[in-house]
Design a protein around this ligand. Structure first.
Ligand SMILES: Cc1cc2nc3c(=O)[nH]c(=O)nc-3n(C[C@H](O)[C@H](O)[C@H](O)COP(=O)(O)OP(=O)(O)OC[C@H]3O[C@@H](n4cnc5c(N)ncnc54)[C@H](O)[C@@H]3O)c2cc1C
Length: 263
């Protein structure tokens, strides 16, 4: 069984800044960490690996060359291999272009039974990547997964839904996105860290993945960030004294009807 886990490097600081001209996040010089939910995804893959004797785990990350560090951390935690998707042509990729590249990396990894990723990344936070990659790979997708039981040719997942949980049985290959309830994230061991130093990560640019450069990056991204701004919170206060000379309740109701808050 082969499991692929997506590991995204995200800014480790909450002081994230956007370029007001391009609408793109300024990532240079930031402390970077593995997206917290991807640590859950990785932990689950390692848990499955440890529960069976036929499992191989490949971690995949798309980002600058420094994203190799995230893959080495994944290997230190128990992944067997790492694939880095990197190249200048990927800069400016929106979720569609990112999903296309990640799907190509999954194909590069060979036959795959389960793809596991986080429900969302703390920087872009669209939560779109899982479904989009599944679409490109023509795989079923299960989102908001908080437990997974793995069988030879299917998985049974527990999904968090609006009013509780649901259990879904899905044949493999399948892509699942996990939430934080799925497990407790562990720490790499010293031997894991030493082992990671000996494992070379495979790196691919667009050509290496068999993608045209124009399919990724800004050119391959239909999303346009028109404007980036902090919303202004405007607050008005209207004071009415209830001294018998006015009708504050009636006025309030009239005001709310006018504002279409009350019908
Ligand atoms: C117009 C535009 C330009 C952009 N330009 C850039 C840019 O120049 N550089 C840049 O870094 N980002 C850029 N982005 C952001 C980039 O598109 C998103 O980071 C990416 O599409 C993932 O979306 P998300 O963060 O919302 O992930 P979500 O959908 O919230 O993440 C879900 C899960 O998908 C997986 N995942 C997502 N992205 C990756 C990844 N890169 N590697 C591995 N796993 C992943 C993770 O497991 C994650 O938990 C741009 C976005 C737009 C709209």
């Amino acid at each position: 069984m082969h499991i692929v886990v997506f590991v995204k490097q995200v800014p480790g600081t909450e002081n994230v800044k956007m370029d007001p001209e391009t609408g793109v996040m300024i990532r240079s010089g930031k402390d970077v960490v593995i997206n917290p939910l991807d640590e859950n995804a990785l932990t689950e893959a390692i848990k499955i690996k440890n529960s069976r004797d036929d499992v191989r785990v490949t971690a995949v990350s798309m980002g600058p060359p420094t994203a190799e560090k995230a893959l080495k951390e994944a290997i230190a935690l128990g992944a067997d291999a790492g694939i880095l998707v990197s190249g200048r042509e990927f800069a400016g990729s929106d979720t569609i272009a990112t999903a296309k590249a990640l799907a190509a990396a999954v194909r590069k990894a060979g036959e795959v039974d389960i793809v596991i990723c986080g429900e969302r990344a703390t920087d872009g936070e669209t939560g779109q990547t899982a479904a989009m990659v599944a679409q490109y790979l023509d795989m079923p997708v299960q989102t908001y997964v908080s437990a997974v039981d793995v069988f030879d040719d299917k998985v049974i997942v527990k999904r968090t839904v609006e009013r509780g949980f649901e259990r879904v049985e899905v044949p493999t290959p399948v892509l699942i996105s996990v939430n934080k309830d799925i497990n407790e994230v562990g720490m790499p061991t010293l031997s894991g860290k030493l082992h990671a130093k000996t494992v070379a990560v495979d790196a691919y640019d667009a050509a290496g993945l068999g993608i045209e450069k124009c399919e990724v990056g800004l050119g391959g991204s239909p999303t346009r960030v028109v404007k980036v701004f902090s919303p202004k919170l405007a607050r008005d206060t209207i004071m009415r004294k209830a001294d018998g000379t006015t009708k504050p309740v009636e006025e309030l109701v009239e005001f709310l009807v006018k504002k279409e808050v009350l019908g």
